[in-house]
Design a protein around this ligand. Structure first.
Ligand SMILES: NC(=O)c1ccc[n+]([C@@H]2O[C@H](COP(=O)([O-])OP(=O)(O)OC[C@H]3O[C@@H](n4cnc5c(N)ncnc54)[C@H](OP(=O)(O)O)[C@@H]3O)[C@@H](O)[C@H]2O)c1
Length: 265
């Protein structure tokens, strides 16, 4: 299969590109940084917030292969901090990369898949796209936007032989934590939100001690191979899967009380 993955320099993207290419798929991946290339994988430079680069990246795959069987929207980053202290530029950048980045790619991928009457679109949301996470509100908002878009898209393209899948990972140890841009704890922030720094330390600890991206990559191989994949895959520790279930099962007040305790609020 011809597979295009965004953001393959590290984390999930690199692990998925490696596994899928080893399985014999023709893998194209986008990157910004130059990294040690994976054998057999074709690297294409693309900043997801630059429409011309996105258009050229999709065009390069179509020109070389005449088709795109699987598109995996993986590239993303997080901006953290108390929402009151996140700048408007940060809010805009968070949506521009995580949500509009996906929209830009799909703008060019969808016509190709519709004309070939087949395709799989696999988009990375997060458990943060199912639960609004404190001090990661901008990030959660970007992932909720992906959820809403994909839920609608799935219905719109079902008659064209295109499947839409959303992946909701829990905590994984990738570069995501180190790359997160966080509001710095100035005296004003510390006084207004005294729980912010200890909550952030807890979040980082969970992520750094999380599952390995190779685990998700092996799940991805089976999702790519399925003729009829499910719409949603939560790939997370049992505790995090329980948290998602608890949101629907528990009374809301109880759920948010537990969430507050968990995040040291
Ligand atoms: N790790 C987790 O616990 C976790 C949990 C839930 C969901 N996710 C989601 O999983 C996806 C992959 O994250 P990861 O954990 O693998 O993190 P990662 O190791 O930091 O990888 C992120 C990838 O996205 C690329 N990227 C970021 N901003 C970009 C931009 N503006 N333009 C082009 N490429 C960009 C990065 O490229 P550069 O190297 O050039 O920056 C990198 O290749 C993200 O959508 C993230 O939200 C992660």
């Amino acid at each position: 299969m011809v597979i295009l993955i965004t953001g393959i320099t590290s984390g999930f993207g690199r692990a998925m590109a490696k596994r899928l290419s080893e399985q014999g798929h023709k893998v194209y991946g986008t990157h910004r940084k130059d990294v040690d290339p994976l054998p057999g994988v074709v690297y294409i430079k693309a900043e997801v917030s630059d429409e011309n680069q996105v258009k050229a990246a999709v065009g390069q795959v179509i020109q070389a292969e005449g088709r795109i069987d699987v598109f995996i929207n993986n590239a993303g980053m997080g901006i953290g901090g108390p929402l009151e202290f996140c700048s408007l530029e940060d809010a805009s950048r968070q949506m521009d990369v995580n949500w509009m980045g996906m929209v830009r790619f799909l703008h060019y991928v969808l016509p190709q898949m519709r004309s070939q009457k087949s395709g799989k679109i696999i988009c990375f949301s997060s458990i943060g796209g199912l639960i609004g996470l404190p001090f990661q509100g901008l990030y959660s908002a970007s992932k909720y936007a992906i959820e809403g878009y994909c839920e609608a898209l799935r219905l719109e393209v079902q008659d064209f032989g295109i499947k839409v899948v959303v992946i909701e990972p829990g905590d994984f140890a990738t570069n995501f934590t180190a790359q997160r841009k966080s509001v710095q704890g100035s005296e004003e922030v510390r006084q207004a939100y005294p729980c912010y720094e200890r909550s952030l330390r807890g979040i980082e600890k969970d992520e750094n001690g999380g599952l390995k991206p190779e685990y998700l990559a092996s799940k991805m191989c089976s999702i790519v191979a399925k003729k009829n994949p499910r719409y949603r895959y939560i790939i997370a520790s049992p505790l995090q899967k329980l948290a998602v279930a608890a949101k629907t099962l528990l009374p809301r007040r109880l759920f948010y009380w537990i969430l507050s305790l968990y995040y040291n609020l």
